[in-house]
Design a protein around this ligand. Sequence first.
Ligand code: NAD
Length: 357
Amino acid sequence: MTEMKRILITGGMGFVGSNLAMSLKLKYPEYVIIAFDNLKRRGSEINLNRLKNCGVEFIHGDIRNRSDFDEIGKVDCVIDAAAEPSVMAGIDSSPVYLIDTNLNGTINTLHFASKHKSDFIFLSTSRVYPISRIEQINYTETDDRFEIAEKQSIQGISRQGISEEFPIDGVRSYYGASKLASELFVNEFREFSGIRSVINRCGVLAGPWQMGKVDQGVTVLWVARHYFKKPLSYIGYGGTGKQVRDALHINDLFELVDWQIHHIEKINGETLNVGGATECSFSLKELTQLCRQVTGNTIEIKSVKETRDADIRIYITDNSKVTRLCNWMPKTSKLALITDIYKWLKENEIQLSSILK
Ligand SMILES: NC(=O)c1ccc[n+]([C@@H]2O[C@H](COP(=O)([O-])OP(=O)(O)OC[C@H]3O[C@@H](n4cnc5c(N)ncnc54)[C@H](O)[C@@H]3O)[C@@H](O)[C@H]2O)c1
């Protein structure tokens, strides 16, 4: 029988946090799952009833305030999923909230974890890799997408994608920098406070309950705009929609995090690239095709040639290390991912229309 656990999920009302909280509670009804969130993200409040109804506890708190952690009590594991997750944050607005939350807030969360000797699972990002380095990746171009070329001159990049060996020097956005700086502190606390930890550098994550917007959560935004018949734009790289990402279904991330909670001794101190990989990668143009197929709707897509600050042409995760260490691989196909998002929109249309329309 599994040992009973108390698990804290910061950002527990957000996309990743709420899905992990629900899935954990459903799989382990005897566990105490605490979602801690300041409800900053629009749409997070929708999760309140959903999570309460399945027995997840909610604490309204802000990771920027250390005293807000006082009412939580001892936990066995912390999943750090509270953040301002937009790459554009700080670039088109003040970076103060982002730095206070993503860096100082993570340090506060680490203080809490070290006080209780809790295991620490950090949701980091592929955006820790510098923009200029990603843009140096040799690529080829087909009618529908950019592709990683066979021949590469920098380490950590192959046809399989970007591995943990990829260079880390260079500028990466305030968002990426705040997460990389937090990664450093995760390792310092592990070494000097005796907590066990793992860092997951996630690529694009997607699935139901993601409140997609132009600067964050693009997969859901794309499906929602098709569903609600609203226009979209291909922005950057000539405006043809050929930029490529891999996307990981939130259920696949849950399987990994579930394994990590219960086997952290095997991966203590590791940093892992985690994503949908080549099999679940698509360009915006290909995503449009998938959305048309699944929703049955065709919408107007404008073209903006200019590339935005901090954008990247291509990112695909090389999952070799996480597969080797955690015996994990994503299972969900891109068609299944888009279909799941579509079904969720359909089932919750009225509630979601004010946020995603
Ligand atoms: N969604 C992705 O594609 C993606 C990709 C890579 C990494 N990540 C990482 O995963 C984590 C979760 O991202 P998400 O997509 O669920 O984002 P989200 O915006 O849906 O959820 C974040 C949650 O944190 C809460 N929050 C924000 N500031 C807070 C604060 N100061 N105190 C307490 N709560 C606060 C928000 O209200 C929200 O509910 C983040 O750390 C993000 O960097 C996400």
